[in-house]
Design a protein around this ligand. Sequence first.
Ligand SMILES: NC(=O)c1ccc[n+]([C@@H]2O[C@H](COP(=O)([O-])OP(=O)(O)OC[C@H]3O[C@@H](n4cnc5c(N)ncnc54)[C@H](O)[C@@H]3O)[C@@H](O)[C@H]2O)c1
Length: 354
Amino acid sequence: MKSIGVAVIGTGWCGGIRAETLGGHPLVSGLHLAEINQDRLWELAAKTEARTAVTDYREILKREDVAAVYISATPEHTHFPMAKDSLLAGKHVFLEKPIALTLAEADELIALARTKNLKFTIGYSQRFSPKYAYVRKCLRGGTIGRPVSALVSRHITRGLGKKISGRVKLSPAAMESTHDLDFLFWCLEPAKPVRVYSQVNYGAMREASGADVPDQQWCMVTMDSGMSIVVGGGWSLPPGYPNFSTTWIEMIGTEGALLVDDSHKDVILNTMKNGMQLPMSTMPGEYVDHTYAGAMAGETLHFLEAVAYDRPVLVTPEQARTVMEVYIAADLSAEKNAPVDLPLHPSKTVRAVA
Ligand SMILES: NC(=O)c1ccc[n+]([C@@H]2O[C@H](COP(=O)([O-])OP(=O)(O)OC[C@H]3O[C@@H](n4cnc5c(N)ncnc54)[C@H](O)[C@@H]3O)[C@@H](O)[C@H]2O)c1
């Protein structure tokens, strides 16, 4: 077995899951953590028996015994400099979405990884969910014939919407539908997106924040195969189970159809204290004793194995760049009230919504 040293930069919600997954794994010879919130750093370092716990991530990048770095920090403008520093230091990089804030930054990271022959992947966790993999399998294997139409609609709670939209002014398409755009493009390969039309819907978030934050965004994307797809992302559900996520998928083909309920309503906990709750209903998932309910643990280990055994990563950075181009186009479209053709000029930046 070829064990390697790994690091997690940013040990909040997602970085915490990644660190817990990596800590003590037989393929990990040493876990190193970087987090600016000292309380959280010590909490996670103790829980995962981390070898190093520092507040400056650059200290970890100097270590020769660290082969791979998971970057899970927020706000999202940290992603590009942290990924660039890590690649320049010769580390393989797992980066949470978004890959960057401009297409030019994404191109720079992709070129750097390629030049230095390093693995570079982006956290599109839903690809590691069996339901999503099943949709792709049915399409690729011809079970439902040729694809005709696809829809994914996702909603999360306004508490999470507030957390996300409060730190960066990125749209629901950039921060939420990004997962489902990636998923559908992955299913429909080699078809490529050529045109995007999008509209945003306002409601509770604008009233609560006083800023120009939409509740929901629809994106209609036309592929070069002629097929069009629709992806919706909303973040204004009333508070329920913390970080609850509900998704509906329709994939219709010439020989069949797949209707996937990923609404996480299969387990209901009802207590005198908290009323009805939907446990295990978050997007990344959560640990349940010795098991993990969700996609993020498997995704974390996939990258660990890719580095340790020199295997390809499932999500290529070029695919993440395509998704980024589409959500930038979606934001431009919603602003202009008109369809936007692809490709976009590399100078295009993720749009601020407030
Ligand atoms: N794949 C998924 O399902 C999924 C779900 C949620 C979030 N995400 C993505 O994961 C990323 C993290 O989201 P989160 O909800 O875990 O965020 P979070 O805010 O809970 O955690 C981010 C952590 O980064 C730390 N940090 C900030 N600057 C730092 C620095 N310079 N060095 C070290 N640590 C630093 C913060 O203190 C914080 O603890 C986001 O970019 C988001 O887009 C992915």
